[in-house]
Write a protein that binds this ligand. Structure first.
Ligand SMILES: C[S@@+](CC[C@H](N)C(=O)[O-])C[C@H]1O[C@@H](n2cnc3c(N)ncnc32)[C@H](O)[C@@H]1O
Length: 348
């Protein structure tokens, strides 16, 4: 590659001039002249528009090609250059354990294998790449299609991920799991510790929509925080993972409909902390769950709320949970709706 050999102290000025003249090649990297450290070598295009090339010497040296910065840089070696140049490539993908899940449109789907291979090349710890075809059925699991798997590795969707520093098995094709609730889980841990300190004893905790247990894992890993624990889910596959992920001496783990728990006398009025993580149905399910909570116990839940319905939802929650109930927007869910968190203490 052609380089302009310039005195070190003039580098910045000459770079500015070359930039203004669009005479720098893509990804140009200035380097010190190996034969004289008082000089710098600036990469340049072949036909310089100005006479600057006449003032300084031009040298032709071999350079290592710059290392790829994103998976898209690997596509150049996997697909014809006109396809790479003319296609709009996905800019986002999700990591779940050693998997990548990526959404593709119809055009991108034709090059799914190359996208998968490029992602494997870019991310050395990733085992397999799947196209995410969206959320399906009542358990909100992902419809996944294999794009690429590393040689000699299994193309399974079962994977181990880390939740707030704890290892958790999951499978996005059979159970719901979202890494996006990381901060909510941290905050739940903080609130549980505050409640434990207030009560002066370990808490009885109920998470009837526990999924694979990401909210509970940080709680049970905290010494003396959780006494008795109920973890449930209606999805049998999630319950299998709960049994694998949660090791706690006083845990009851069941595959059951959360709305039916109130009919079991041993569970009524028992829990200091109730988690309600079923955002599409939380407000509708709440009346069935409240009987499980001990007086002054804490209810923490998440709900998807249309922005235009926020005030009405807040009033409804206050009617259900008492005037101190707090409803807060946590993040955007869609163009018109947000994921909100509610919290309340059960009235005396
Ligand atoms: C949004 S996910 C939350 C999972 C988990 N708490 C988390 O944070 O990842 C809701 C869970 O509720 C389960 N579910 C749906 N309807 C249910 C019901 N009626 N009773 C118990 N679990 C239910 C689903 O299978 C799913 O695992």
């Amino acid at each position: 590659m052609l380089h302009l050999r310039v005195p070190s102290q003039e580098t910045e000025r000459i770079l500015q001039q070359l930039r203004a003249e669009s005479a720098l090649p893509d990804g140009a990297r200035v380097q010190t002249d190996p034969s004289d450290s008082e000089f710098r070598l600036i990469p340049i295009i072949a036909n310089l528009p100005s006479s600057i090339g006449e003032k300084y010497s031009i040298v032709d040296i071999e350079v290592d090609s710059p290392s790829p910065r994103t998976y898209r840089d690997h596509l150049d070696t996997l697909l014809p250059s006109e396809v790479v140049a003319s296609t709009e490539w996905p800019t986002r993908h999700e990591f779940v354990g050693d998997l990548i899940l990526i959404k593709l449109d119809e055009i991108q789907r034709q090059y799914g294998d190359a996208i998968g291979e490029a992602l494997l090349r870019q991310h050395s710890r990733i085992r397999a790449v799947f196209e995410d075809l969206g959320v399906i059925d009542t358990f909100r699991v992902r419809d996944l299609r294999l794009l690429a798997v590393r040689d000699g590795q299994k193309p399974t969707t079962r994977t181990q991920t880390s939740v707030n520093g704890h290892n958790l098995w999951t499978d996005p094709s059979t159970v719901y799991y979202s890494s996006k609730l990381h901060h909510e889980r941290e905050r739940t841990l903080d609130r549980a510790k505050e409640l434990r300190d207030e009560l002066g004893r370990p808490l009885t905790v109920c998470d009837p929509y526990a999924g694979v247990g990401p909210s509970l894992l940080p709680l049970i890993s905290e010494p003396e925080l959780v006494g008795e624990l109920f973890a449930g889910d209606l999805n049998p596959a999630a319950v299998e993972f709960l049994r694998e992920n949660l090791t706690h001496p006083s845990a009851t783990i069941e595959c059951t409909d959360a709305r039916g728990l109130k009919d079991r006398s041993e569970m009524r009025g028992k829990y200091d902390l109730l988690l309600v993580n079923i955002p599409h149905d939380a407000i509708e399910h709440l009346p069935d769950l409240l009987p499980l909570v001990r007086t002054t116990g804490m209810i923490r839940g998440w709900a998807i709320i249309e922005q235009s319905d926020f005030q009405e939802a807040q009033q409804h929650l206050r009617d259900l949970l008492g005037p101190e109930a707090i409803l807060e927007t946590r993040r955007s869910y869609s163009a018109s709706a947000d994921l909100c968190r509610f919290e309340a203490r059960k009235a005396v």
